[in-house]
Each structure stands twice: as C-alpha cells, then as structure tokens.
Design a protein around this ligand. Structure first.
Ligand SMILES: *[C@@H]1O[C@H](CO)[C@@H](O)[C@H](O)[C@H]1NC(C)=O
Ligand SMILES: *[C@@H]1O[C@H](CO)[C@@H](O)[C@H](O)[C@H]1NC(C)=O
Ligand SMILES: *[C@@H]1O[C@H](CO)[C@@H](O)[C@H](O)[C@H]1NC(C)=O
Ligand SMILES: *[C@@H]1O[C@H](CO)[C@@H](O)[C@H](O)[C@H]1NC(C)=O
Ligand SMILES: *[C@@H]1O[C@H](CO)[C@@H](O)[C@H](O)[C@H]1NC(C)=O
Ligand SMILES: *[C@@H]1O[C@H](CO)[C@@H](O)[C@H](O)[C@H]1NC(C)=O
Ligand SMILES: *[C@@H]1O[C@H](CO)[C@@H](O)[C@H](O)[C@H]1NC(C)=O
Ligand SMILES: [Zn+2]
Length: 913
C-alpha cells in the first residue's frame, strides 16, 4: 500500500515549500533495515524496514511532514508518552490520532495530517513500516555487483546519502541542520555481515537464516552522513597512537585484501588521523574509523562519519602495477575524506549554500595531510596545478557564481553545488587566508571554531570571527585593513576574481601603479554584470618580489582604492609570488620581457610555483587581449631547459586551449612542431627508464605522451615495441607502471583493431581497478571511426562498461580529435539515457558537457548547442549551468579565432623557421 488518500484530493498546503519548517525538531531515530540480496520473481531487489523518529514540537501544528523518496508505506503511527507498545499493532492510546497521510512526491514529503494539534513543547514519535527498491542506481541504499575470483557474481548492499538520499532509505528530516542521534539495525544472511557508522553491539539470529546486527547509537549528526553496508568483504586493520587508540580498518573485496591492495591505505590512515588531531587540536570523536572500497560508486569518496566509502581507485593501491599518480590519488582522497570527519561531520554548515565550508576545507586540508605522510610528493606545489588553475578558469566566466550560493532549495540546486567553486575556489580562498594569517593564527582560529561548534552547525561568519580573533591575538598586523569579515566577504559573496596590473608610472619611473579590475575570459562581456554588492572590487592580500630579493614582500590592496608603490627602476617585479593569491597579475611589456629574460637566463632563480603561474597568467591574459600573444608564447620557451613537472603541467594545460582552437586550422602543423621542439630535450633527458623521484616518474609518463602525440617517431616506435612485446606474451606485462598510460594510448592511437581489441579484452577481465582505468583511457585514443562508434554503443550496456565509468569514456572520447564529433552526436541522440543515468548526480553531467564542447569555435557549433539547450531544457538537471558556460565559451572561442588565430600562426611560423 502507498497512501490512504489519493493525491488529487489534497488541497495545497505549506508543503509546497521545498524546505522543511522548523517547528518539529527531531532528536533521535531508531532505524531497522533489511536489504534482501535475492531478487523477487520479477528480478527486482527490495529492502524493507521500520523507523521511529522522536521529535519535539517547537510550535503546535496539525501537520507532520518529513522527507521520503521512492518508499512505499505499510503503516504510519504516531505515539506520545502515554502510548503503549503492543505486540501486533505498534501503539495504542496516543492522545492524538492520525486523520490521514499521503506522499507529496513533488517535494519528496510524507505528510501526516492529525485530528488535533500537537502540543507545543511536547515530545512525540512517528513510526513507519516501509519498503523500497534496492536498485543499482548508486543512491540511497543500493546494490552493487562484482565478480569474485571464482567467476561468481556477488551482490552487496551499500549506501550513498549525500546530499538528499537518506530519504530514499527511510523517512527522515533530511536537511543537514536537523542533527539527531541514530540507533541503527541491519539484517543480513551468511556469509555477509553488516557495517554502519558506529561499532556493532550484538548480532542476533533471526528466522529463515537471517541475522540482525545492532549498532551503538551515533553521536549527534546529520542524516546525509549515515552509512550502511552488507557484504562479505575482508579487511586489514591498524590503530592510531592516541589514548585510547582508534581502530582503523580498510575493507575491500576479499581478493583485493588477499592481494594486499589495502596495505597502503592501512598504513597511512592512522598517521593522517593522528596528524589531524594535533593540527586541529580536537580529537577524532568516534571509537572507530572504517573505510571501504566499493565496486560501484558514483564519487571518488564519501565522508560518512566513521564509515567512509570510496570507489576502488581512490582507496586501493598495488605497488607492483599501479603508477605514482595512482598512489598520490589514493593518499589525496583519503586525506580529503578524513579531514571531513571534522569539517562536515563534527561541524556542519547550516545549509547547503555554504557547502564550501565542507569542500573548500577538505580540498585545502587534503594537501596538508598528504604532504605530511608523503613529503616527497611536493603536494603544496601541486596545489597550483590541480586547484588554483582550475578555479581561475571557471571563475572567469560571467556564468560563474559566488562561493556562497544563492537560491538553493531543490535537490538539483544542491547537487549543482558540488562544483569547482565549492571545492577548488573554496580551497584557494582558504589557502590564501592561511598564507596571510600565518600558520599559528590559522590553526588557532580553526581549533576554537571546531571546539565551539562540535556536533553543531556553522556558517562563515563564525569562522571569520574566530580567525580574526586569532590573528589579533597572535599577529594583529596581519589582519585585513578594514576588518576580517568586511574584507573577506568580497571573496565569498561575489563571483569572479581580479587581475592586478603592475605598470611603471610613465611620469615617474620610480613609481609602480598597482590596479585591480575584474578578470573575464570574454573581453566583450559587461564587467559590471550580474550586479555585485562590491562592484567587483576585492580586498587583496598582495605578495610580490623584486629582482634580487630573497623573500617575498606583502601589502593589502584595498577594495576602495588602487595604489602606487616605490619601485627600483631597471629591475623586474613578479606579483603573486609563489602563487598563494587567488588572482592573476599583468605587467607592462618591459616587465614581461624582463621576466622572460630571467627565465631564459636562469629559470631556477624564480620559484617553481611562480614559473607555473607566469605561464598560466600570460597565456590566459593573452586570450582576452590583455597581453600580446608574442609575449605570452615566449613565456613557454624556457621549457626547453626546465624539465620540472609543475611548469610543464601548467603549460600543457593552458596550451591545450591553443590545441583546441587550432586543431582544425592550417596552423596545427607548425603548432605541433613547436610543441615537439619544446618537449624533445625533456624527452631525451628523462629517457624510458622508470626511475627518479615521485614527480619525475609522473613527468616522464607525461613527457612521453606529449612527444608521441606531437609526432616524435622515436617515441611512437618505442611505445609500439613495448606494447607488441606485451601482446605477444599477454601474461607477462613488462611495461613499467608509470609508462602504461602513455604506452597504451599511443599503441592504440597509432594501431588498428588488433591493439584496440587486445585492450578491450583485458579491460573486460581486469581485476585491478587502476589498471582497468588505464585500459579504459587507452580505448578512447583510437583514431578509427568505426571502432569509436562501436565503443560508444558498448557504453549503453552496463555489463560492458559500468555506469560509474561510462561518463569518463565520453569525456575521454571528447578529448580525442577523431572522436569528438561522433561522441557529441551520440550523446545528443541518447540524451534520454544519459539524463536518466547522470542527470541528478554531481559532477558527471558537467564533466561530459565541458569535455565535449570545449573545442566549439564555429557559428554552426554555437547553433547546435543552442538547439540542444532548447530541446533538452527540462533534461539538463545539475548540468544547466555547464550548458550556459559552454555557450559563453563557444562565443568567446569564435571571437578568439577571428582575433588571434593569425597572430599565433605567424609567431609559430617565425619561431619554427
Ligand atoms: C521485512 O518484511 C518481512 C516480511 O514482511 C518482515 O518479516 C520483516 O520483519 C521486515 N523487516 C524489517 C526490518 O522490518
Ligand atoms: C513558535 O513558537 C515561538 C515560541 O516558542 C514563537 O516565538 C514563534 O512566534 C512561534 N512561531 C509561529 C510561526 O507560530
Ligand atoms: C523531549 O525530549 C528532549 C530531548 O530528549 C528532552 O530534553 C525533553 O525533556 C523532553 N521533553 C518532555 C516534555 O519530555
Ligand atoms: C535569487 O532569487 C531572487 C528572487 O527570486 C532573484 O531576484 C535573484 O536574481 C536570484 N539570484 C540568482 C543568483 O539566481
Ligand atoms: C638530464 O638533465 C640533468 C640536469 O640537467 C643532467 O644532470 C642529466 O645528466 C641529464 N640526463 C640525461 C640522460 O641527459
Ligand atoms: C617476462 O618478460 C621479461 C622480458 O621479456 C623476461 O625477462 C621475463 O623472464 C618474463 N617473465 C616471465 C614470467 O615469463
Ligand atoms: C607561414 O609560413 C609559410 C611558409 O613559410 C607561409 O606560406 C605562410 O604564409 C605563413 N603563414 C603565416 C600566417 O605567417
Ligand atoms: Zn569532500
């Protein structure tokens, strides 16, 4: 049964508001869930359960409404203190009875209408009996399937609640502010057992082979952090060094544990937890920390309190066959999720519009945590590549958004916030604060904030006031000029960021003018729109160095006024030195040329993060006409001498724009020659021997891929030889882990169906998830149109390509010139399917749209995109903003080709002749 009344007879009521009212305050739940891992006669899987929620009435009311999605109810009861529990019916004797109840699907509510008003100040409990489908849809309580070593399909039950799917597992007040304690029970049959956020208390035998495990009640927490698992996974464990020690276990499929692939996670987890306890000054609050690798998982990781979940590539690592990059990914994702045990789990933003307080922190702290366990990874340098440059790209669009989002109500609104702004820009902003505040004040502010709001709710005003207090107590001169909140609000309450221009005063060469303006990728866009409370001015912590200085200098550039600084004529200046600032810097031509001369004379005189930043700033500013391309392109020339990972990755990333724009132009030949000219010294220096430090190993793989891609015959032949040796003896893969991505891709790109089919065969049976992902990337490198078409068709069959992976197949194919058009046609044709699978999840649909439209640069493509937006307007889900951004970018691309294609072509022509 579903409902006692039909929805059509329901009159409109307060439930038309998608947000919960505040007059019912839940404080405790008892949830009993029974996931059935055997299908019914129609092949469907189900779970059923009961739930009780105890709540206090803050204002009297005749309606209870509580979130519920895709659940069917058998019974709904209300109880009060006078109710008596009987054996067959739940309760009798409650003073107030239920008039009727129904499901209001539009806002995912179960609504209970009472005969009389609940009394203000009294406590009641709502009891329900329900069932729901245990689908393979990666949300709520769902099922995941894998093939074990004996070739048998095994089903497990697993959960993903964030942000709004706890309500798909049991009825609950499913907003983060409604924190409560939870008593969980889970049913299972041998050989399976159950896990949840807290340690188990007891497992009891029930009828029909069922067992029921009871867990300790949770601490006060939000619904989106609950976690349930029923599986037969293995684990390995270790302990933190605190008193008492916290038990840390890593769970995975039994064969992954036998193969020791949980070892790395097992070793670093207690070290990171211990470090965070001392860094934050607040103990890990739970008695245990479990982490589990799930075969089908929508995200990288999910920070459920005490039971963190990961996709396999984010938790498991096999040193014999996985790359340095894979190891870094595992360390980073673990450090990220563990930091959430404090930021997000212990303290939680009042509402999703401040998601950055979770994700910005976790993004920044993941570098701190990884750097602590793996100092050789140079994580604090790599921040620039993975977060600063990403954020500066999307945030230069007029379709960006402020860090603190506006008008967030529906599940789609909420899902859309899991974007580069919450994560990367949030992380960049926090990193900038840590640099001007100083480590001592930064940590002290955090400690006080965490202690004050533990088990409670926060917003940015509280954080800002604790930081200000800490700065004033330790080093008051570091506080922003007006006050912390007034100045820092300019970064969180308006979108975008400034470009700071430093140019010599023509009348007084001993003065340098320093001015700010909003930076936009579209030079034609109106920089005053959409309206901002700060008119796109920021209070900027500004760091710079003057030629010959050994340490960077600092001043505040205020939102109200620009300034002039004294400047020793004849020396170069570099702004945003070491790239801690969330802004770009531009100079007059003379200063740019002086920096370029320094790079060509002796690049190592300039900090490596700044070398990355100079390339990224110059080539990005050139796109909008703020820097001449003749100058911007010259900032890459020193890469013939500098083989470091950082400047190279920055260059490849920002040059990929030229690659996109010139890909179909006659300039592409000379562009490829230039790239090959740049990369050859590094290619011959790094050789094919997989040795050196962590970043050299990654740089070698990347260098080989670059050299092969731009046509080095030596490189292609080398890759093919290695690959064919493996094809001849498939059981003996001698290709070094760090070269596999490049070798596989180049062998497929320069080969035919033999190479592709060989990889496809391995992909179908490969048990190691990192290796499987390398194979999957290689499949997208083919240049054969019929193979591309066939591969696209395969993605519609989840037994061939898992749903969690198909989106990355599209993104991979869209990154390949030969496959892009076919893939875009395919996606539009199959959009119903794409929308069904990815429409409501975070990130995925955005990546697909971004990846597949980045090269659009003709009027025809713009029309196609506009038609797509119109015809699918109700099927864009969380990708709506991405489509608007794609339209904006396409227009700027069209303009770019008119304005700059010839200039770039001539420069390349001259340089290469
Ligand atoms: C699930 O349904 C079965 C069959 O009606 C019932 O015996 C069982 O108690 C239910 N489980 C829970 C946890 O309510
Ligand atoms: C709810 O109750 C509080 C006092 O407990 C009162 O101040 C408030 O006005 C009430 N709100 C409504 C909507 O009745
Ligand atoms: C209602 O429950 C709360 C939380 O457990 C408790 O503090 C309060 O005393 C209870 N109120 C009544 C009237 O029983
Ligand atoms: C938020 O909603 C208000 C009122 O409807 C509207 O004026 C404003 O433009 C919206 N803001 C955004 C960013 O959509
Ligand atoms: C690579 O370059 C480094 C530093 O310039 C040099 O010491 C090394 O000998 C070079 N190796 C090869 C193989 O050229
Ligand atoms: C794998 O190939 C390498 C190089 O060709 C060879 O030295 C090694 O003995 C082979 N291993 C096995 C197990 O065949
Ligand atoms: C590039 O060089 C070629 C031959 O040297 C010449 O034909 C062509 O016009 C040049 N193109 C540009 C844009 O300078
Ligand atoms: Zn996170």
């Amino acid at each position: 049964t579903t409902s006692t009344v039909s929805t059509t007879t329901i009159s409109p009521g307060p439930w038309s508001d998608v947000r919960l009212p505040t007059y019912l305050v839940p404080y405790h739940y008892v949830v009993d869930l029974q996931p059935n891992l055997e299908p019914d006669s129609t092949g469907k899987y189900w779970f059923n359960g009961t739930s009780e929620v105890q709540f206090q009435v803050a204002n009297s009311t005749r309606f209870i409404y509580i979130h519920s999605n895709k659940l069917e109810y058998d019974d709904v009861y209300l109880a009060d203190e006078k109710s008596i529990r009987t054996k067959f019916t739940f309760f009798q004797g409650a003073a107030i009875s239920i008039a009727q109840w129904w499901l209001y699907d539009m806002n995912q509510f179960l609504i209970v209408e009472l005969d009389a008003e609940l009394v203000q100040g009294q406590n009641y409990s709502l009891h329900t009996q329900f069932k729901g489908e245990l689908a393979d849809d990666l949300t709520g309580l769902y099922r995941s399937t894998y093939t074990d070593i004996n070739g048998k399909d095994v089903i497990i039950a697993i959960s993903q609640m964030q942000p709004t799917d706890a309500r798909k597992s049991f009825p609950c007040f499913d907003e983060p502010a409604f924190k409560a304690t939870f008593k969980i029970f889970l049913w299972h049959k041998d050989p399976n057992y159950a896990l949840s956020n807290m340690p188990f208390v007891i497992t009891e035998e029930r009828y029909g082979g069922w067992k029921r495990t009871e867990f300790e009640p949770t601490l006060r927490m939000s619904t989106y952090l609950l976690a349930f698992v029923v599986s037969e996974f293995g684990y390995e464990q270790s302990f933190t060094s605190g008193t008492p020690p916290v038990q840390t276990r890593i769970y995975a499929r039994p064969e992954q544990v036998l193969n020791h692939n949980v070892e790395y996670a097992k070793n670093i987890t207690p070290v990171i937890l211990d470090y965070y306890e001392s860094y934050f000054g607040v103990d890990y609050p739970l008695p245990k920390s479990d982490q589990i690798a799930v075969p089908d998982f929508a995200l990288g990781g999910m920070e459920n309190w005490g039971l963190v979940m990961y996709r396999e590539t984010a938790l498991l690592f096999d040193a014999a066959i996985n790359s340095a990059y894979s190891k870094q990914r595992v360390a980073r994702v673990i450090a990220h999720e563990l930091s959430h045990q404090w930021f997000g789990d212990l303290i939680t933003p009042l509402w999703w519009d401040e998601l950055w307080l979770n994700e910005g922190f976790a993004t920044f702290i993941e570098y701190i945590g990884t750097d602590y366990v793996e100092p050789g990874f140079r994580m604090m340098d790599q921040f620039v590549l993975y977060d600063l440059h990403d954020a500066l790209t999307v945030d230069a669009l007029t379709t960006s958004r402020p860090i603190i989002a506006e008008n967030v109500t529906t599940p789609d609104d909420i899902n859309a916030l899991f974007d580069d702004i919450s994560y990367s820009k949030g992380g960049c902003f926090i990193r900038m604060i840590s640099e001007f505040a100083g480590e001592e004040a930064f940590k002290l502010g955090l400690k006080n904030y965490l202690e004050e709001f533990s088990y409670g709710l926060v917003d940015h005003n509280q954080l800002f006031s604790y930081w200000e207090e800490a700065i004033l107590a330790t080093n008051p001169k570091n506080n922003p000029p007006e006050n912390f909140k007034a100045d820092m609000d300019t970064w969180v309450n308006q979108m975008g960021y400034p470009v700071v221009t430093m140019k010599q005063n023509l009348d007084n060469p001993l003065m340098m003018e320093v001015l700010q303006e909003r930076f936009l990728l579209d030079p034609k866009a109106d920089p005053t729109l959409p309206e901002s409370p700060y008119n796109y001015r920021w209070t900027i912590p500004f760091w710079y160095i003057i030629e010959g200085d050994t340490e960077k200098s600092f001043f505040w550039l205020r939102k109200e006024t620009d300034l002039s600084m004294v400047y020793p004529n004849g020396k170069y200046v570099i702004g945003n030195y070491e790239a801690f600032g969330y802004y770009r810097v531009n100079y007059d031509d003379a200063n740019w040329n002086a920096i370029i001369n320094q790079l060509s004379r002796n690049f190592s005189a300039i900090n490596v993060k700044s070398r990355s930043q100079i390339i990224d700033d110059a080539l990005t500013l050139a796109r909008t006409g703020l820097v001449k391309y003749e100058i911007a392109l010259k900032t890459t020339k020193f890469l013939r001498d500098d083989y470091d990972f950082l400047p190279w990755q920055s260059a490849l990333r920002v040059l990929s724009y030229l690659d996109d724009m010139l890909g179909r132009s006659e300039a592409y030949g000379v562009y490829s020659s230039y790239l090959l000219y740049l990369v050859e010294p590094a290619y011959y220096n790094l050789t094919w021997t997989d040795e050196g430090d962590h970043l050299q190993r990654q740089q070698r793989g990347s260098t080989i891929n670059t050299a092969c891609s731009y046509g080095s015959i030596d490189c292609i032949e080398h890759a093919q030889t290695l690959f064919h040796t493996w094809m001849a003896d498939p059981s003996n893969n001698t290709i070094s882990p760090n070269l596999r991505d490049a070798v596989y891709c180049q062998a497929v790109a320069n080969g035919g169906s033999d190479e592709w089919d060989f990889i496809w065969g391995r992909y179908q049976t490969e048990g190691d998830s990192h290796e499987k992902s390398a194979l999957q990337s290689a499949l997208a490198c083919t240049k054969q149109l019929w193979i591309i078409q066939r591969y696209l068709e395969y993605t519609l069959d989840s037994t061939l390509v898992r749903n969690q992976d198909a989106y990355s197949v599209y993104v991979g194919l869209c990154g390949n010139d030969y496959a892009r058009d076919l893939t875009w046609d395919f996606l539009r044709r199959e959009w119903d399917y794409i929308y069904e699978v990815y429409g409501s999840g975070f990130f995925r649909i955005n990546s697909i749209i971004e990846g597949c439209t980045s090269r659009f640069s003709t009027e025809f493509e713009l029309k196609e995109l506009e038609t797509f937006k119109e015809s699918r307007s109700d099927q864009l889900g969380t990708g709506a903003r991405s489509v608007d951004q794609a339209l904006e970018l396409t227009k700027t691309n069209i303009q770019w080709r008119t304005d700059y294609e010839d200039t770039v072509f001539s420069w390349l022509n001259e340089t290469m002749s």
